[in-house]
Ligand binder design. Structure first.
Ligand code: UDP
Length: 278
């Protein structure tokens, strides 16, 4: 009995994976026929900048050169959905200097609007590319967020991958309201060029906006669970899954407790479609 249930489970799992792969391939085929978006546009009132990873990195370097605080928001489907439903978060995101398209949901929403994005620019990839640039150009990076020890482990992994990367400081992301000012002061003492804030949405965006004028980092980027991945706590999806827009499936297999969050994806697509008709 137990064996036959297992077999049915396996078959269903394989069918789901097969279906997702076929859907991914079909979407990929349709995608190449659409014109590439070039100007900032909106997905559910959230601005999105259709840049390649290289262009996003150059824009961030221009923020560092200009000085002054800049906020970079990495927008995935669940982040956009939260922003759509939360007026305070919407205000914060609308003021962001750069919004990168992160995830298969945003690519799909763009395609539903008749355009395609040149590339996906995720928080995790941004941390990686900026670490590489830091090793070449000396930018100072501060890693703030995630569970105790994870930011340190992520910093160590970056140092190993890019010897010469400048880690200005690290701090875990669990704190009381009373500790916030001390954290801001510690970050300022470290003089980072780029502050990565990995507290999840909306906490990281609220922290960045709340201390925008006090934090002396020219660039602040909300990067969600990136340190968990970079430190090796969570595995990154293989290249083929990322390319076919199936990274979410890989994450779901590793963290089935996130299922309710993934349920936001169909709701997101549905809301985009409904909003478009008006
Ligand atoms: N986190 C944190 N402080 C908190 C809540 C969360 O540092 O008070 C961290 C958590 O450990 C994880 C990250 O924030 O590393 C959130 O990851 P998730 O992938 O959920 O981010 P999202 O998808 O919301 O951007």
């Amino acid at each position: 009995m137990a064996t036959s249930r297992k077999t049915v489970g396996c078959i269903l799992g394989l069918l789901a994976l097969g279906g997702a792969v076929v859907a991914g391939a079909l979407i990929q085929r349709r995608r190449t026929r659409l014109p590439v978006a070039r100007e900032r546009f909106a997905v559910l009132d959230v601005p999105v900048d259709p840049l390649t990873m290289e262009e996003a990195v150059s824009r961030i370097e221009s923020f560092i050169a200009a000085g002054g605080p800049h906020h970079v928001f990495t927008a995935d489907a669940s982040g956009i959905m939260r922003t759509w439903e939360d007026p305070e978060l919407r205000d914060i995101v609308r003021q962001a200097d750069l919004v990168t398209p992160d995830g298969a949901g945003v690519m799909l929403a763009t395609e539903l609007q008749g355009r395609r994005l040149p590339e996906r620019v995720s928080g995790c990839d941004l941390v990686d590319r900026l670490a590489e640039r830091s090793a070449e150009r000396g930018y100072r990076l501060y890693l703030f967020g995630a569970a105790d020890g994870v930011a340190d482990a992520a910093a160590a992994a970056l140092v190993e991958k890019y010897p010469g990367v400048h880690i200005a400081g690290t701090r875990h992301g669990y704190f009381t309201d009373d500790e916030e000012l001390k954290i801001v002061q510690a970050i300022n003492r470290a003089k980072p060029d780029i502050l990565f804030v990995a507290l999840g949405i909306p906490k990281q965006e609220q922290f960045i906006r709340k201390y925008f004028a006090l934090l002396r980092a020219p660039v602040m980027i909300g990067v969600g669970g990136s340190f968990d991945v970079i430190s090796g706590q969570l595995k990154r999806a293989p290249e083929w899954m990322r390319k076919s827009g199936l990274e979410w499936l890989f994450r779901l297999i590793q963290q089935p407790e996130r299922l309710p969050r993934f349920a936001a994806l169909p709701r997101f697509v549905w809301t985009v479609l409904r909003h478009q008709k008006r």
